[in-house]
Ligand binder design. Structure first.
Ligand code: MEV
Length: 274
């Protein structure tokens, strides 16, 4: 039996815009997926056909996969990319980062069609990352922020493939470019929640204008701001999933949100690559 492990992620800026070649900033977060694989002639895993198809793309020789994840599924925290990277790590030995990423993308394409590669890249590399799609993508590692964030979970899974297709149907060029234009400011202020917060809130407003937020996500963002968050935004493809809020006292914000009946948890970017 061999085991692989990989973290989750949160996108601080640039979801959707990154699909169109604009820069994005994402961080790895310390919630993990662990995959165990034992030899088997076919691919066996508990889950749906798409999961088995994705695992078959990684292990055409077969394997019995057992998956444990601390990440909410389909919530914008990189559950599929985390699973893909963890499975590649369980299957492979001594792969370079590029090889790991290249293999994880095979599974990501089964899950999402034509993903930008941002999720798998930040999850495989860890830390914080500025990412711009291309052949090859431009990736600049950034120091991981030291804050603890508050993740608010709508409890409603979002469908990345459907949300990306929805954005593609609109004429959103200027909005996507505006999202891309704040990525570098976000990258410059990663560790300063006073400056970072308002940029995140601005990004949320742009994502809302793009049509990927929901009344529930807007409500959670509004509640966090009313409780003193320096900023908040939906993270990931939207249509459900999670929002991130920053606050000088994250545990107090989490407790206040829970007292109002919301699902809230603390998340920290791991300081070491995992
Ligand atoms: C999903 O986590 C991020 C999106 O930008 C899709 C992608 O990058 O492929 C919505």
């Amino acid at each position: 039996m061999s085991v692989g492990r990989a973290p989750g992620k949160l996108i601080l800026c640039g979801e959707h815009a990154v699909v169109y070649g604009h820069p994005a900033i994402a961080i790895a977060v310390g919630l993990f997926t662990e995959v165990e694989v034992t030899p088997c002639r076919r691919v066996e895993a508990e889950g749906d056909d798409r999961l088995r198809e994705a695992l078959s793309a990684l292990a055409p020789q077969g394997g019995r996969f057992s998956i444990r994840s601390e990440l909410p599924m389909g919530a914008g925290m990189g559950s599929s990319a985390s699973l893909a990277v963890a499975a590649v790590r369980a299957l492979g030995s001594a792969l370079t980062l590029e090889e790991e990423l290249e293999q994880a993308m095979r599974a990501e394409r089964v899950f999402h069609g034509s993903p930008s590669g941002l999720d798998a890249a930040v999850i495989a590399r860890g830390g914080a990352l500025r990412f711009q799609r291309g052949a090859p993508p431009a990736m600049t590692p950034l120091p991981p922020p030291s804050w603890t964030g508050v993740v608010l979970d709508t409890g409603v899974p979002g469908d990345t493939r459907a949300m990306v297709a929805q954005v593609a149907r609109g004429a959103h060029g200027p909005l996507l470019a505006e999202i891309g234009s704040i990525a570098d400011a976000i990258g410059d202020h990663l560790d300063n929640i006073g400056l970072l917060g308002p940029l995140l809130t601005h990004n949320h407003a742009l994502l809302r204008a793009l049509g990927v937020s929901t009344p529930h996500l807007d409500h959670l963002v509004g509640e966090a701001l009313a409780l003193g968050a320096t900023g908040a935004k939906l993270c990931g493809a939207g249509g459900g999933g999670v929002a991130l809020a920053l606050h000088p006292d994250p545990a107090a914000l989490r407790d206040a949100l829970r007292a109002r009946g919301h699902r809230a948890m603390l998340v920290r970017p791991p300081q070491e690559r995992q």
